[in-house]
Every structure is written in C-alpha cells, then in structure tokens.
Design a protein around this ligand. Structure first.
Ligand SMILES: [Zn+2]
Length: 336
C-alpha cells in the first residue's frame, strides 16, 4: 500500500496497514523556508517556491503527504477581497471586502480560474506531482464557503445578515459556494488527490450550533455535492456541539482540534458517517512542546482511534522540524 492509497483509504474509513500521518491544515514552517530558500510571503505567489516549500515537509519531516497553499485567502482575493500578504512568519489576511453594503451587485469574475494567485496554485499542484510522483498524496487547501462568504461581506455584516437579513445571508453563501465548487474541481483537475477545507467562521466560537445546522450545513452539503473528489472539512475550536452536523455535511472526513477533549467519544458519535483527522495540538504541543510531549499526544490520538494522525489546526510557522519528525516517529513506534 503506497502513501496515496493509504491516505485515500483511511479517509474513507477503509482498512489500512497503519494510520497515515500528515498535515491537513496549514503546514509551512520557517525552518523549512530557510532550508529550501522558499519563504513566505513569496511562496504564496510563486508556484515553484510554493511547491518547494510544500515538498520539504514530506522530504525533510517525513510527513506522508504534500500540502499547499498556506493561507485561506487565494479564492477570497480572486473574488475581490484585498489581502495583506503577511510576512515570513505571519499568514496572509483579508483586509477589505467587496460586498459590505449588500448582495445586489454580486459579480463572479469571468475567468475565475485565471484571476489572482489561482493559476499559481494550480501550477503548484503540477510541480508537486512532477517532484514526488504518483504515490505521494497531494493535499490542496482552500477556504470553505462560510469563511469565503464572510470575507466577501466582512465578518461583522455576515453575522448581522445571519440574524437580520437571512435572504442576503443565503444569497452570499450560495454565491461563495459556486466559486468554491469551481475552484475545488480545478484543484482536482490540476492533480490534487484530496482537498482540505478549513472553514473557521463556521466554528461554534462564532456561529451557534443552531445556525450551523439550519443555515450553514445546507451550503456545506451543496459544496461537497458539487465537487468531484474527496474533501476534509476542518472547523476550528471545540466543535463537540456540532460534530454530528459536521458528519452530515457530505464530506468523507473531518479535521478537529484537541479542544474536542473526548476524541474517543467523538469517534463514536460520527461512526459510520465520517472519519476523523487530528488532533495533536498545534499551539500547545507541536509549537511549544518537545519530542516527548509530541509523542505522548500523538500516541493518545492513535489510541483513541484517530483515522489520520495530524495537527489539530494549522501549525505555527515557528514550529520546529524536530516536533513534526517526532509526530511521524510516534506513529512508526506505535506500529513497531
Ligand atoms: Zn483550525
């Protein structure tokens, strides 16, 4: 069983010889930027640098997959958001929104796939494939429709519309969904094997479980139904109250943080519906811990039945290579 077969099977809940270990959330770190000469912010724009940095986490850390890009702003930018590209250790962020006033003038870019950094990301998928061959899975990352819609409107307006203007809220979510579907399918066409979809604005930290169930879930389902390949839904924070709803969004797998304290219980709740990726703490273990704490957390996740061993959320750029290697070693020792 090669790495790609193993990951694809594990995501579907099929039997594997060992649980794969990789990152499904943001995975670039400064140590690898220095090693490869491919650093942020250039690696968000330059396809070769984007690919070189992504491949390093496979070649150097031993992670069983190659993931790119490194932010949740590629589609938002192509749709008209203004983006600050950040620094070597700070991710890009959306700084201005095209539709804060309402949904009357929503306009899909004519050739969406040729706008902004989208061509570079699509090119990166091809460059990674050339470099690692067919047996290593490529995991593309992109913002989910809820986060995209809130970027288009601004979080403040998006929240307000969810209560006071449900029609506008639905309209912008539907619009975001259409763009997400087109982009996701293009990522698969370019060579991605899996798409990981962080949708942080759908977190219970920001939206109530009831809103998630009634107003967001239908759009996440529409998105998943429109896309041709396997996707992972990542939602930040303690998603315990919405686990069953996430399992019902038509994604084969979900990615959760360590803030979901009871991983075993979570597995039981979603059994037969979705698999679970995670949930080694990115800030408290992978960034702040050492090899021993990483191994302890990784082993606990394996014991609790995680399907894909991975960081619980995007890793901080200052995370040491040694800790990612320790996560891989923990998996190897678990099966030794
Ligand atoms: Zn997260």
């Amino acid at each position: 069983m090669n790495m790609k077969e193993r990951l694809l099977k594990a995501l579907k809940g099929e039997e594997v010889d060992k649980v794969p270990v990789c990152t499904v959330t943001q995975s670039a770190i400064v140590e690898l930027m220095d090693l490869t000469g491919a650093a942020w912010p250039e690696a968000h724009t330059d396809a070769q640098k984007m690919a070189d940095l992504a491949v390093a986490s496979y070649e150097v850390c031993g992670l069983e997959g190659v993931r790119a890009p490194y932010c949740l702003t590629v589609l938002a930018e192509a749709m008209g958001c203004e983006v600050n590209m950040g620094t070597k250790n700070r991710q890009p962020s959306v700084t201005d929104h095209p539709y804060p006033k309402g949904v009357d003038n929503l306009a899909m870019p004519e050739n969406l796939l040729s706008v902004g950094r989208i061509p570079a990301v699509l090119e990166t998928m091809k460059l990674i494939r050339e470099k690692v061959g067919d047996e290593v899975p490529i995991i593309a990352g992109m913002e989910g429709p809820v986060t995209l819609a809130s970027d288009l409107a601004s979080v403040k307006k998006f929240m307000k519309w969810s209560i006071k203007a449900p029609e506008d809220f639905n309209t912008i979510l539907d619009f975001a969904c259409d763009a997400c579907i087109e982009y996701a399918n293009a990522l698969f066409d370019a060579g991605a094997d899996v798409i990981s979809v962080p949708d942080p604005v759908a977190s219970p930290d920001l939206m109530s479980p009831d809103t998630f169930d009634k107003q967001l879930k239908p759009f996440l389902q529409k998105f998943a139904d429109g896309v041709k390949g396997p996707m992972i839904l990542h939602i930040c924070g303690d998603v315990s109250p919405i686990l069953e709803m996430m399992a019902d969004c038509h994604f084969p797998s979900i990615s959760i943080e360590e803030k979901v304290k009871d991983l075993k219980g979570a597995k039981a709740k979603v059994a037969g519906k979705v698999t679970i990726c995670g949930n080694v703490s990115s800030p408290f273990v992978l960034l702040a811990g050492d090899a021993a704490t990483v191994k302890a957390a990784a082993t606990k996740a394996l014991e609790d039945g995680v399907d894909v061993l991975a960081p619980g959320c995007g890793i901080a750029p200052d995370t040491p290579v040694a800790n990612l290697k320790a996560m891989v070693e923990a998996r190897n020792e678990y099966y030794a």
